[in-house]
Design a protein around this ligand. Structure first.
Ligand SMILES: NC(=O)c1ccc[n+]([C@@H]2O[C@H](COP(=O)([O-])OP(=O)(O)OC[C@H]3O[C@@H](n4cnc5c(N)ncnc54)[C@H](OP(=O)(O)O)[C@@H]3O)[C@@H](O)[C@H]2O)c1
Length: 341
């Protein structure tokens, strides 16, 4: 049994932070002492862990003293300011933002894909990849090991929970307004998502969105495949939680549907749904709240035997963020998750 640990959670009131609390509880992570951090606006309020209220603090250097793990989900600027402070205090900092993902000396980790990059002690920062990158690579890495990836075309259908707790609230108010025939509020989102589709990320002069470029750069770093060809399109859809992806991948050799399904069935953290028929495929409503990435609609390309089409659905708040971060901490400290997880 591993010694219980002091844990700091930065961003504890947010969409990911709240999921982090649930994941730590469900997996029986050996927490001896939990310190929870949010913005100064929230300091003095509480969050609930193991049925008990825990008082929120604003960030400070003293919050990291004596802690083994600091799980960050408070955005890039907070991560840049306080992540190095946590690491200097000896914590293993696992950060969910994009602040450190592309730093050469910081590992960017999906445990099932490149778990060998996880440091075995504290005093270090590990970056958690973007939610879309994580779920796509959970499906593609086993197939890459089988046949060698050459080109990936991915279109995402991303849930609103990926944009944070305030965006979820605005989306729900938009939905109510649309039903009541009123003008939907547009304050956080760049437009109306209720009954609509949006590309709500910052766009680069190239025309690609920040999210699309993150998926490309992060996948190449994690797979250590600088020459991988990738063509992404990211879209926000009016779904509360769990991202879906249509993935077309070309390999160095032909891969049949049966071979791909057998390969994916043996991949940890992946469930295969090989039913065929209307409505018989992984869906965000079913996958939300679960840990595995679901892969369905596996098809060998009609014209190119080296290519496969897949439908990939994952809970962006769990495997796409909180669960992946906790799994990194578990591996770093040799913690075996509870079988109840
Ligand atoms: N949502 C996802 O699916 C997802 C997936 C992967 C990665 N991420 C990344 O994870 C991070 C958090 O995302 P989220 O969706 O959880 O956002 P969120 O719901 O907006 O939560 C943000 C959290 O950061 C805290 N915070 C804000 N300003 C702060 C400050 N000055 N000092 C300390 N804490 C501060 C907030 O506290 P207050 O409540 O006090 O404002 C809140 O706890 C982002 O970097 C995001 O890109 C999110």
């Amino acid at each position: 049994m591993i010694d219980p640990m002091d844990v700091v959670l930065v961003g504890a009131t947010g969409a990911v932070g709240q999921e982090m609390l649930r994941v730590l509880e469900q997996r029986d992570f050996p927490v001896r002492r939990l310190r929870v951090v949010a913005s100064p606006r929230s300091a003095g309020g509480t969050v609930t862990f193991r049925g008990q209220p825990v008082t929120l603090q604003a960030p400070s250097a003293s919050v990291f003293e004596g802690a083994a793990v600091a799980l960050f989900s408070a955005g890039s600027s907070i991560a840049r300011e306080w992540g190095p402070v946590g690491a200097a205090a000896g914590c293993l900092v696992v950060d969910n933002s994009s602040a450190f993902r592309m730093d050469d000396d910081i590992p960017l980790v999906v445990p099932e894909v490149n778990g060998h990059r996880i440091p075995k002690s504290g005093g270090a920062i590990v970056a958690n990849p973007n939610c879309s990158t994580i779920q796509m690579l959970m499906a593609l890495k086993p197939l890459h090991d089988l046949a060698g990836l050459e080109h990936v075309v991915v279109s995402t259908y991303q849930a609103i929970s990926g944009k944070g707790a305030r965006a979820v609230d605005e989306f729900e108010r938009q939905q109510r307004a649309v039903l009541e025939g009123a003008a939907p509020p547009v304050e956080i989102l760049p437009g109306v998502l209720a009954g609509n589709l949006l590309s709500d990320w910052k766009h680069e002069p190239s025309g690609f969105s920040e999210e699309e470029l993150k998926i490309v750069a992060e996948s190449k770093k994690i797979l250590e495949l600088r020459g991988l060809r990738m063509s992404p399109t990211c879209v926000r859809v009016p779904v509360r939680n769990a991202h879906s992806q249509s993935v077309w991948a070309r390999f160095h050799r032909p891969v049949s549907r049966a071979e791909a399904i057998a390969c994916l069935r043996s991949a940890p953290g992946v469930v295969v749904d090989d039913r065929i028929g209307p409505g018989l495929h992984p869906q965000p409503r079913e996958v939300s709240g679960t840990d595995d990435v679901a892969v369905g609609r596996v098809r060998q390309d009609l014209d190119d035997p080296n290519a496969l089409s897949l439908w990939v659905v994952g809970d962006n708040l769990r495997k796409g963020a909180a669960l992946n971060a906790v799994q990194i901490a578990e591996r770093a400290f040799g913690v075996t998750p509870s079988t109840r997880a």
